[in-house]
Design a protein around this ligand. Sequence first.
Ligand SMILES: Cc1cc2nc3c(=O)[nH]c(=O)nc-3n(C[C@H](O)[C@H](O)[C@H](O)COP(=O)(O)OP(=O)(O)OC[C@H]3O[C@@H](n4cnc5c(N)ncnc54)[C@H](O)[C@@H]3O)c2cc1C
Length: 572
Amino acid sequence: MAEKVIMPKQGLQMTEGTILSWLVKEGETCEEGKPLFEMETDKLTITMDAPASGTLLKIVHGEGDVVPITELIAVIGTPGEDISAILSESGSSTQAAAPESVQASAPAQPDAAAGGYDFDAVVIGAGPGGYVAAIRCAQLGLKTAVIEAVDVGGTCLNRGCIPTKALLHPAEIYETIAKEAAQAGVHADNLAVDYSEVYAFKEKVVKRMTGGVEKLLKGRKVTIIKGRATLTGAHSMVVDGKEYTSDKIIVATGSEPARIPIPGIDGEGVLNSNGVLASDKLPEKVVIIGGGVIGIEFATLYNSFGKDVVIVEALPRIMSTMDEDASTVMSDVLSSKGVEIHVNAKVTEIKDGPTVVYDENGTIGEASGDLVIVAIGRRPVTKDLGLEAVGVKVSDRGFVEVNDKLETSVPNIYAIGDITGKVQLAHVASAQGCVAAANAAGGNKTIKYDVIPSVIYSNPEVAAVGITEAEAKAKGLNINTGFFSTAGNGRSVILGSTSGFVKLVTEAVTGEILGATIVAPHASDMIAELAVAMNSEATIEEIADTVHPHPSVSEIIMEAAHDVEKLSVHKM
Ligand SMILES: Cc1cc2nc3c(=O)[nH]c(=O)nc-3n(C[C@H](O)[C@H](O)[C@H](O)COP(=O)(O)OP(=O)(O)OC[C@H]3O[C@@H](n4cnc5c(N)ncnc54)[C@H](O)[C@@H]3O)c2cc1C
C-alpha cells in the first residue's frame, strides 16, 4: 500500500518547513530509515529518513518549496500503483510532474478525516500515554478522537502517580512537624491528622488535574468518546454498540494491579493500590506485600503518619531495581523510623485478621494489621480488546509487541504505555505517545529507553537514570564512580536528611555518564539534570565544571562529579 510522506513537525513551534533537496529521485527506490530528503525549519537543518521502503512514486513538493506541517510532500509505493486518490485528496496533480512545477496544496483540514474514515487517528485509553498521544495527533493536524472506559487521566491521574503524591505531601508535613519542627525551634501543640480531609485534598488535586486534561483535549478539538472500545478491524472499533472508523489507531489501555494466587487474597481488609487510594480510612497497622516502588511509597505514607508498617518482600532486598546502596540506605532509614522489613520472605497465605503468613528463609512468620496492601506489580489491560482478532501480536504475558516506532504487527495500529511492557512509568507512556502520534501523522520517529529517569517518592526520595554500578560491571564496562553523601551538604543538613547520597557511574576513558542514583531530598527534581546531561552526551567534566547554586542539595551532584577524578573538595 502506498505510503504518504508528509512535512513532519520537528519541534513544538514548527508550522512549516522548506524542502532543501531530495536525496532520492522520482522513480528510484528508497529504504525505510535511510535518508530521503533534506529540510530546513526556522531552527534547524535536518535530513529526514524514508518512512517506508519502496519506489518514490511522486514528489509533490520540489526543492525550495515551503510546506506547512503534515502536508503531503511525496508518495512511496510499488511501481504502477494507483496513487490518484492520495494525490487528489491532497489537492495535488495526478500527473508525474517534475518536482519544481508542483504547487503547494491546501493545508490539512482537521475537520475532514482521510480515506473516508470517521477519524484520522483514534486513541484507545486516555491515560498519560493516550491523552498525550491524542493531543499530539491533533497538534499535527489529524482529526482525532480518544476513547476512555473509566476516567480521563487513566491510572496516573486517578489511581497512581498524582493521588499517591497528593497523600504523601500531607504525610510529609505531618512527619516534619511531628519529628523535626521542635529541633528547629518550631513548636506545635495538639498535632492531629484528619484523614478524611487528607483524602478530600487528594480528591481535589485529582479533579483539578483530570479537569485540566479534559480542557486540553477539548481545546485541541479532540473528540472524547466515553465507553469501552473493542477493535473490530484494522481500521474499526465498537464502543457501546456504535462503530467508529479511523485511518490510524493508537492503543493505550494501560495496566491494572497484578494478582497472586494465594489463599486469602480476596479477604476482608486486603486491598491493592486502587482500593487503598479509594479509602478515606487511616489504618493503625499496615502489612505491605511487596517492597517495590508502590510498596515503599505506601510504607512512607503510613509511617510518616506515625502508623505501624511491616513490609514483606520476596526478593533479597527492597527496591530491587535500584542500585544496591540505595536499597541499603532506604532499608536503614525505614527501619530507624520503626518500619519492620522482611526480605527473602514469600507470602504463603493471608488469614483472617488480616494476617500475612510468610516463609522467610525457611522460617514461618506472621504479620497482622488492620490493612494488608498487595503491591506486587501490574499486568497489561489487553484482554477482550480484540487485538489478536485483528492480527496484533500479543506476548504470552499479555504485552503488545511493538518496534521502536511503536508500530504493532498491524501497520496502522500503534501501541504505547504500560501495555508495551517496556518501562511502566507515566513519563515513558507520554514519550511513547508523542512518538506514536508523530508516526501516525507520517513521521519517522523512534524511541530509546536508555535515559529514563525513575523515582521512588520515599523520604528521602530515591531517583535513578541510566545503568547502575552493578549493571555496568556485569556488562564488563570500564567504569569510574563518583560518590558524595548528603551528610557533607549544607542544605541537606538543614533539611535533616543526612543518610542519602549521589552515585555517578561514568565510562573510564571518555567520561561519558552511564548512570546515576540519588537518595536525597528533591531527588525527583535533581535527576533531570543528569538525564539532560546524558541525553546531550555531556561528560562528567561538564557536570563538574558547572557552577551549582549554594546552598542547594544539587551541589552533591557537582561534588560527586569532582569525586570521579578524586577532586571532591568537601570529602576526605
Ligand atoms: C500507585 C501507583 C503509583 C504510581 N506512581 C507513579 C509515579 O509516581 N510516576 C510514574 O511515572 N508512574 C507512576 N505509576 C505508573 C503510571 O501510573 C503508569 O505507568 C501510567 O499510568 C501508564 O500510562 P498508560 O497511559 O499506559 O495507562 P493508564 O494510565 O493505565 O491508562 C489507560 C487508560 O485506558 C483505559 N482503558 C482500558 N481499556 C480500555 C478500553 N477497552 N476502551 C477504552 N479505554 C480503556 C483505562 O480506563 C485507563 O484510563 C504509578 C502507578 C501506580 C499504580
